[in-house]
Design a protein around this ligand. Sequence first.
Ligand code: FRU
Length: 485
Amino acid sequence: MNWTTEKRYLPYDKWPKEVLKQLQKQAARSKYQMHYHLHPISGLINDPNGFSYFNGKYHLFCQSYPFGPVHGLKSWVHFKSKDLVHWKYLGLAIKPDTMADSHGAYSGSAKTIGNKLFIMYTGNHRDKNWKRVPYQIGAWMDKNGTVQDKHILFKNPSHITEHFRDPQILKENGHYYALVGAQDSVNKHGHIDLWQSDDLKDWHELGFLKFSKHNMGYMIECPNLVKFNGKVILIFCPQGLDKKVAEYDNIYPNMYVIGDKIDWENHKIINSGKLKNLDDEFDVYASQAFNAPDGKVYEISWVGLPDTTYPTDSENWANCLSQVKELTIENGKLMQRPVPAMKSLHYDEEKISRDFVKNNVSGQYELKITIPANKQGTLHLAANEDLSQSLQIIFDTENGSLTLDRSKAGKPVSVKYGQSRIIKFAEKKELKLDIFVDHSLIEIFANDGEHVMTGRYFSNPEDQKIVLDKNSECQGKFLKIKSIL
Ligand code: FRU
């Protein structure tokens, strides 16, 4: 398909119904499709949106372009869940059907207010000359899942360019606040712009949030603030960030800082720390977290990156979401862990010890492995007979490193940004890995969530062997996982 601008922005009702059905079938039968992670019903998905708890259930939306593997006219699709693992697909929630979101219902957030869910998102409008006008929009979802009363809340003030999007709505001390990704008109630098309202109708700007002495590249997308006991975490995606400010390998990073608290009046994070990568792997972006009523902080990410193509583009679908992770701060460190309901997906279990080899492994499983101190070895996943093809997890507990290498795992992805990622740990210490595989997605939780490594890989579907190096001396479990999505 030749994806002209005209085609990408064709209104949904102008597409023949048959096209959508065909695309749905194609996405469903792909060998690379996920079976326990949220994935596109058809076409492309990106950022998680509106992650919230409403009317006794968790709600999650995400960016969707249902007609192909490209970033076209975006809408929100809706899922709900009791346990953050089993999700029910509820279809289209926000269509790009008003002047203000005519060229896409872009990312945003949601918060329960009274007996409704208040949704705040960016309407992407283009004028006759294709100039972008970003509107921050409010809307209300009722208990039946119907989104109504879309209305413009505010536009970009003149000191901010057309790059002004992805509002996160928060309530504190009786006031509503919004964090919005922005680019200033003068220096064209990336910022997080704070806004305040007392009634969700009249909004005024507080100013750019101060959280680092460094310049944050040319744009910040998807800002997100969550609170812990005595700490806050700001999650965001700086684009064009100088690698001298913080190291990263992907085209754009998804970063965070930990601080003590937010001072709204002076729009500042008190004692904000170093910029860190939220995930140490290939494909995490636009993560969204929220403070849930059970006192926990949950987070979910887009497993994909902007301006990046993936091998399933040729099958007309692209991307997926990560599993939901619970965030905590322990000894000043961010920890990310699977939610308890992930355990309900297991249906079979086998012990792993030295020389573990397993043939004909379907692409859905979890591996829990403990690697003793001072060991080196490789765990090959999706391997062929002679191990010339595999997704390699290379560990070295003597020197404290863990590498994920996808260079021999089938179809190449984003080779320009490197085919392996490495993380460092304390030397001469045991290393614990909890590895989740879902066909073309791998999520590695290292040392009980101290690091998470998330990535896509596109190995030959016939390569189904798991091999643990002879010298590894690891112990653990292999757990089969059910298909639920
Ligand atoms: C991030 C992003 C957001 C925007 C959305 C559009 O991936 O570019 O800034 O709102 O995607 O789909």
